[in-house]
Design a protein around this ligand. Structure first.
Ligand SMILES: Cc1ncc(COP(=O)(O)O)c(C=O)c1O
Length: 455
């Protein structure tokens, strides 16, 4: 029986519970919470009581739901994550890496990879994707260079790549997985932003179908589920042991997983896999394509289109930095984008993106671009930062929890950084603990006064 069916059945049993959670399935809800959320959510919030299952060792309803998901995604095993893709990425690293192992990581990774580096004690070898300075984003990785790095470092154990990037740029995972197999390197794909691909191939090809060993997907990003629900899949041909993944997950995740999230994960997958769900995604894709076609006709506006997932709409307007465009959309049109950089802004769409919402951005951009905009050209908005390969003085696990002090940014050149510095979103590291602070970092971070450095 599935999680959802069992909870429906359980409610009819009218059992009296003397268990956690102590809200008693909504008998108590803090008044202000009730005002905002009502009681319904609480009615589905349970612990591992009789008949329920245990996410850390599933044997019943959770196992059934995960097996169903594994069938839908055509994976060797699929795990439900109620601690986000973050937990999936860390568990993938804990499973494939030992202390002192080398791991190749594309630098446009999410900051959760840093957490995995601290916890595993592994040694990062960074690979820089090409940087497109006209859009302020990372693009693809040169595969000849990838092969060269793996050839020169035969002891690399895993490669972690983000596909698609936050801005939707896709990699050739098929070729990458072949290269990785040749050098016996496990391929871990952070597909947090590609959760719709399994249900609409025109958006992108799932990494699971292209030979990845482990794929992590956030269901809350484009697939319309609650924060922070996610999935970890093991590829069908991979020799990754599902038991080891489970143990890694158990090391870092809560012993009280949220049943409302589990219900939502199960029902989201059921919906995505249904005819209705697939049509819904198809319809959204059609509407986004229509919007993009219109946006491309607007003078002074450009839409990014280079092998990217179109649910991420990256745009820029002539003579405006991304930050300025973002501010104008927010202040004058009440529109909030997902992220802005010096050049462009990203509009994130997904299952909840209605036609009305798409129409609103279309009209707003037409209006905005028709105006003779008075551009402030704020200098802090127009830095030409181009990320370069980090200089790692100490690996993250070595400097974790070591004494640090704060110094003025302008005096920090060549010091060892002790902070995770990212723009969030996208959460791509600019500087990580253990890395040397360079001139370009000081210029880029000039809005801040101080920085933490190793004592
Ligand atoms: C590329 C990427 N990977 C992983 C994550 C972490 O996902 P979650 O919020 O589900 O933990 C994010 C979150 O923004 C992300 O953008």
């Amino acid at each position: 029986m599935s999680i959802i069916n069992y909870i429906e059945k359980f409610k009819k049993l009218h059992r009296t519970l003397y268990t956690t959670p102590s809200h008693g399935q909504g008998d108590f809800v803090a008044p202000l919470t009730q005002k905002l959320l009502g009681r319904k959510f609480f009615k589905c919030d349970f612990s591992e009581i009789e008949g329920f299952d245990n996410l850390s060792n599933p044997k019943g309803i959770i196992k059934n739901a995960q097996d169903y998901a594994s069938h839908v995604y055509d994976s060797k095993s699929t795990f439900f994550l109620t601690n986000g893709s973050t937990s999936g990425i860390i568990a993938a690293m804990l499973t494939t890496l030992h202390k002192g192992d080398k791991v190749l990581i594309s630098r446009n990774c999410h900051k959760s990879v840093y957490n995995g580096l601290v916890l595993t004690g592994s040694i990062p070898i960074w690979i820089m994707p090409q940087y497109n300075k006209d859009w302020g984003i990372f693009e693809t990785i040169n595969l000849d260079y990838l092969e060269e790095v793996l050839y020169k470092n035969k002891d690399i154990k895993a490669f972690i790549i983000t596909n698609p990037s936050y801005e939707g740029v896709m990699f050739d995972i098929y070729r990458i997985s072949h290269i990785c197999k040749k050098y016996k390197v496990k391929l871990i794909v952070d597909e947090a932003h590609g959760a719709l691909w399994n249900f609409q191939k025109s958006l992108g090809t799932p990494s699971l179908m292209q030979g990845a060993d482990i794929v992590v997907q956030s269901l809350h990003k484009t697939a319309g589920a609650l924060n922070p629900s996610a999935l970890l899949h093991i590829g069908n041909d991979s020799d990754i042991n599902p038991k080891q993944i489970q143990e890694s997950l158990n090391l870092i995740t809560t012993t009280s997983p949220s049943y409302p999230l589990l219900i939502n994960i199960e029902s989201t997958i059921r919906y995505l896999d249904s005819e209705k769900g697939k049509f819904h995604i198809f319809d959204i894709v059609k509407n986004i394509n229509r919007l993009i076609r219109t946006l491309k006709t607007i003078p002074n506006l450009e839409v990014y289109s280079y092998n990217n997932d179109i649910t991420k709409i990256l745009i820029k307007v002539t003579n405006l930095s991304g930050f300025e465009l973002s501010d104008i959309l927010f202040e004058e049109y009440g529109i909030e984008d997902e992220l802005a950089n010096e050049k462009s802004i990203l509009l994130l769409t997904g299952l909840g993106t209605t036609k009305t919402k798409l129409k609103k951005i279309e009209k707003s951009l037409i209006d905005l671009c028709s105006k003779n905009l008075k551009i402030t050209q704020n200098n802090s908005y127009t830095k030409n930062y181009i990320p370069t390969e980090p200089r790692v003085r100490y690996i993250p696990s070595l400097v974790w929890n070591q004494p640090y002090k704060e110094v003025e940014l302008k005096y920090s050149l060549s010091r060892v950084c002790m902070e995770v510095i990212t723009d969030y979103p996208p959460g791509v590291p600019i500087l990580l603990p253990g890395e040397v602070i360079k001139k370009e970092h000081i210029e880029y971070l000039s809005n801040r006064q101080k920085i933490k450095v190793l004592m």
